[in-house]
Design a protein around this ligand. Structure first.
Ligand SMILES: Nc1ncnc2c1ncn2[C@@H]1O[C@H](COP(=O)(O)OP(=O)(O)OP(=O)(O)O)[C@@H](O)[C@H]1O
Length: 294
């Protein structure tokens, strides 16, 4: 039995058209990549943590490609290396085997082309206002001068519905609002890939659902490329257009699934539930059919 089979939906990979990126102030910039050229390539990547006592292998020879405007989800049980993979794509952890490439160039360090949104609400600077939080990375990375940075910050704060809160401090915001600021701050940098590590996991169920909806609306408007980590099967199916299933520790590619047919509207449908069940079976049952059609 081959439990690392790559499974694809009946329609196979989704062709992704060159995307127009929102560059703020209502302007759009069209970046044309050769058709089907992956934006991000994770190629046979093994990742390890080395302490004095032992070596922990977090992922083993994981490979996947992310295309422009994909919403690519890493899904797997706790400890399978999802966050570690995201940190490696961000450039914080070098692979011990394999290579990660962005636009064909090896990732060797963090950069403003990859911005991470974390789960924690304390990722904002408490002494800065909402607007200052969004402006700061634009200035620190010398992406823009102050006037343009402020304009862009306000543009993205409007996109996440926080225009009225630009001058308040993070402690005056709810958890969901803080995550919206973190998303606005990340999008304002216009990264090549937006990295999200369980961004909604600490929110209550209703807010989490709302944030998923808003993220999809934002994606519809801005068409950013997303690499999203979750251990929720439902969230993966709603947020992602493609899902990589990782096996338990150390994480290996178990399957890749086309999920572009699903959205919040499909929650509760028979097809959604059957697919969620099949994924659950693949993630948690060691002995299972490798040729499940998802
Ligand atoms: N700083 C570290 N030092 C040593 N081992 C670590 C470190 N961080 C993570 N690990 C180990 O690496 C493996 C992968 O961890 P990782 O956090 O990437 O998993 P995950 O799939 O994101 O889990 P979760 O869904 O629980 O967040 C685990 O076995 C974990 O214990």
């Amino acid at each position: 039995m081959n439990n690392t089979a790559i499974l694809r939906g009946t329609s196979g990979f989704i062709p992704v058209a060159p995307a127009a990126r929102d560059i703020g102030n209502g302007k759009r910039d069209v970046e044309v990549l050769p058709a089907f050229a992956p934006l991000l390539q994770v190629d046979d990547v093994s990742l390890e943590y080395r302490t004095r006592e032992r070596v922990v292998r977090a992922t083993h020879r994981v490979s996947f490609d992310v295309h422009q405007a994909d919403r690519f989800v890493l899904l797997g049980p706790s400890g399978c290396g999802k966050s570690t993979l995201l940190k490696a794509v961000a450039g914080f952890i070098p692979p011990v085997e394999g290579e990660i490439r962005l636009d064909g160039k090896a990732v060797t360090a963090p950069g403003p082309d990859r911005i991470v949104v974390f789960q924690e609400f304390d990722q904002l600077s408490p002494w800065k206002t909402v607007k200052q939080n969004v402006v700061f990375p634009l200035l620190a990375s010398r992406t823009l001068g102050r006037k343009e940075a402020e304009e862009r910050a306000l543009h993205y704060l409007a996109k996440v519905g926080l225009s009225k809160f630009s001058d308040v401090h993070p402690h005056q915001l709810s958890g969901g609002m803080k995550q919206r600021v973190a998303i606005a701050r990340a999008l304002a940098m216009q990264p090549r890939v937006l990295l999200m590590d369980e961004p909604f996991a600490a929110l209550d169920a209703l807010t989490r659902r709302k944030m998923q909806e808003e993220l999809l609306q934002l994606w519809d408007e801005v068409r950013f490329t997303l690499l999203f980590v979750t251990h929720s099967i439902e969230e993966a199916l709603v947020v992602g257009n493609r899902i990589a299933l990782l096996s338990p520790h150390p994480g290996r590619m178990r399957a890749e699934i086309n999920s572009h047919d699903f959205s919040l509207a499909s929650l509760g449908s028979t097809e959604f539930q059957n697919t969620a069940q099949r994924i659950h079976h693949m993630l948690f049952e060691e002995e299972q059919e490798a040729s499940v059609q998802v």
